[in-house]
Design a protein around this ligand. Sequence first.
Ligand code: ASP
Length: 372
Amino acid sequence: MTPGIVLALHFGKKHKMVSVEPAGRLPPGAAAADRRHGVACPFPEEKHPMLRRVLATAVVGALLALPAAAQTYPNRPITIVVPFSAGGPTDTVTRLVAEAMSRDLGQSVVVENVGGAGGTLGAARVAAARPDGYMLLLHHIGMATTPTLYRRLPYDAVDGFETIGLVTEVPMTIIATPRFPAANLAEAIAVIRRDRDKINLANAGIGAASHLCGLLFQTALGVQITTVPYRGTAPAVSDLIAGTVDLLCDQTTNTTEQIRGHTVKAFAVTTSQRLASLPEIPTASEAGLPGFQVTVWHGMYAPRGTPRPILDRLSQALQTALRDERLIARFADLGTAPVPQEQATPDFHRAFWQADIAKWRPIIQAAGAYAD
Ligand code: ASP
């Protein structure tokens, strides 16, 4: 993965009732105790003595409880939400990672598929979950594009999550129904240009990797074709095999076996070099689309406010999982590889993600390609 700008970014956390500030910046009316501890409390001692004691106990309790919770974490099963259908590319990566992580964590790690709306339904679910390390999200490049693509999301798509670590970067393939009347990409492009009104392109909703790749493909060809959204690309591939839809741009983690089994037609891989896992498939550049390159990075997230010791424990388990020989072998067979260990960390991931949001924002704004 090309390293982004590495910055250690820390986002201010605001407590709903008690805000902790540097002592010098407290409001003039703050009680002496507040000034001493640098804590501004909206409940003055004289009026709310009992409430103040309860609040103080709760705050001290939370602070004391934190290391203990992190020490005993995890003591029950963890759920990782995949924001797309079961059996698709994000699901495949997540299940391999979940299995390897569960060995390190000593707890089961369950995968739950919450597909729809380009991955935003699953992301919303995790953003609203308790920040206790038991509900996580594994999502891809869509985390960098949806903050701009969607203007009315029911969650904070930029600051609603803690990062755990990057996972992998996956190439894509341009594939078609086996009945598609073309033997290679050049022929396919001629057919698409000629029959643009009859041909359709499947994707996993606005913001999904298949949607972004499909947009780039249409832009490269200078044509617009009808798109058909699914909850994930697993059902899209089934329909492609059946001939219900014509074209799809999808990750190798979902298409390699279909390509090898000739149940779909493969026109190109979207990397600069051919893939060892699919050596007979040309790159898009070789096949007639010079410079057409797309890869899809994935990362793991927790709800905002998840304690740092828990994020670090998860990152450690993720790194162990990404060193697992069975996982590495399966990833390689599907055309991908784990990220280097130092990228599977909260700080690297956050800096990379924020840089990617900034990279995509002007592109989406210039295209006016909003989902809502
Ligand atoms: N990640 C895929 C996509 O963005 C969808 C999926 O995982 O099913 O197209």
